[in-house]
Design a protein around this ligand. Structure first.
Ligand code: FES
Length: 290
C-alpha cells in the first residue's frame, strides 16, 4: 500500500515541480525580506516546528463537523467549521514559512501537500457558505465537508511523508550521541607556523565527524560542520556580526561560542565542541555538554 501511494505521489512531479518552483520563488523572496516573521512562524523561538503543532488542531476540530451533522446539531457543526477553517489558515501560514526554505524532492512533496490542503480549505469554505445561506441541514454541505475531510486526510498523509520519509525540518543531529572522550582533531589547513588561520572558518576532522573551527585569539571555537537545518556545510559559510557563522545554503546563523541558533530557517542548535591543545602538539576536541 505505502509503495503504491509513494508511486502515486511521485507521479504528480510533472506538475508539482513547476508549481513548486514558482511558489518557492515568491515565498522565499518574501520571507528573506521578513526573516523575523519567518523565524516566528517556523518556531525558532520555541525550538520546535510550529507548523507541526498547529496542524493537529484543524484535523481534530474538522473531524467533529460530520459528527455534529449526524447528531444532528447544525449550530455546533457551523462553529466547528469556522474554528477549523481559522486553524487551517494559521497552520498554512506557518507551513508556507517552512516551505520558503525547502528544496529538492521534499519541495515536490510539500507542493502536493499544500495543494491538497488548500483544496480542502476551499471545500470547507464552500460547505460553510452553503450552511450560512440556509442549507444547514441539507445534503450539499454535509457531503462537501465529508469530501473536504478526505482531501484533508490525504494532505496530512503527504505532509507526514515530507517529515518522516524525507526528513524535512528534522534536526540533522537527532541521532548523534554525546560522548566525552577527547579525540585528535585534524584541521584541513593550518598556517605555516602550525596554528589555525584567523578570520575565516576552517574545516576539521574529529574521528568520523567534520567540524568547523574558528580561531578567537588563543581560543579555538568549534561546531559540527553539518547544519542542523538541512545539512549544509558550515565551513563553506562565512563569519558575520562578530562570533556568528552563517550557513551557505539557507543562511541560518549560529553562535560559534555555544552553537545556539540565532537566525532561521534552522530551529535547532548546532552541536558545539570544546577544543584544547594536545600534549606533543596539535589539538583535541570533545562534544560540549549541552
Ligand atoms: S542547510 Fe539550511 S540553513 Fe543550513
Amino acid at each position: 500500500m505505502a509503495r503504491w501511494l509513494t508511486w502515486l505521489m511521485d507521479a504528480q512531479t510533472p506538475w508539482t515541480r513547476p508549481l513548486g518552483t514558482w511558489a518557492f520563488g515568491w515565498l522565499h523572496r518574501f520571507f528573506s525580506w521578513a526573516p523575523t516573521l519567518r523565524d516566528f512562524l517556523i518556531g525558532r523561538w520555541l525550538g520546535h516546528p510550529i507548523h507541526a503543532v498547529l496542524t493537529d488542531a484543524p484535523i481534530g476540530i474538522l473531524f467533529l463537523v460530520p459528527v455534529f451533522d449526524l447528531l444532528p446539531n447544525p449550530v455546533s457543526a457551523e462553529v466547528a467549521l469556522i474554528v477549523g477553517i481559522l486553524a487551517m489558515i494559521a497552520a498554512a501560514t506557518a507551513g508556507f514559512a517552512d516551505y520558503a526554505d525547502t528544496d529538492g524532492s521534499a519541495r515536490d512533496r510539500a507542493t502536493l501537500h499544500s495543494t491538497l490542503m488548500l483544496s480542502a480549505l476551499v471545500l470547507y469554505i464552500v460547505s460553510l457558505a452553503l450552511r450560512l445561506a440556509g442549507n444547514g441541514a441539507g445534503a450539499g454541505p454535509f457531503w462537501t465537508s465529508i469530501l473536504a475531510f478526505l482531501v484533508l486526510a490525504s494532505g496530512a498523509y503527504v505532509g507526514g511523508d515530507v517529515v518522516y520519509v524525507l526528513g524535512n525540518m528534522v534536526d540533522r543531529h537527532a541521532f548523534r550521541g554525546t560522548g566525552t572522550k577527547w579525540i585528535h582533531l585534524e584541521p584541513a589547513e593550518t598556517d605555516p607556523d602550525g596554528s589555525i588561520p584567523t578570520g575565516r572558518p576552517v574545516k576539521a576532522k574529529l574521528g568520523i565527524n567534520n567540524l568547523v573551527l574558528v580561531r578567537d585569539g588563543e581560543q579555538i571555537l568549534a561546531l559540527h560542520d553539518t547544519c542542523a537545518h538541512a545539512g549544509g556545510p558550515l565551513s563553506g559559510g562565512k563569519l558575520v556580526d562578530g562570533g556568528l557563522i552563517e550557513c551557505p545554503w539557507h543562511a541560518s546563523r549560529y553562535r560559534m561560542a555555544d552553537g545556539h541558533v540565532v537566525r532561521g530557517p534552522s530551529i535547532y542548535d548546532q552541536p558545539a565542541y570544546e577544543v584544547r591543545a594536545r600534549e606533543g602538539g596539535g589539538w583535541e576536541a570533545r562534544r560540549s555538554a549541552s
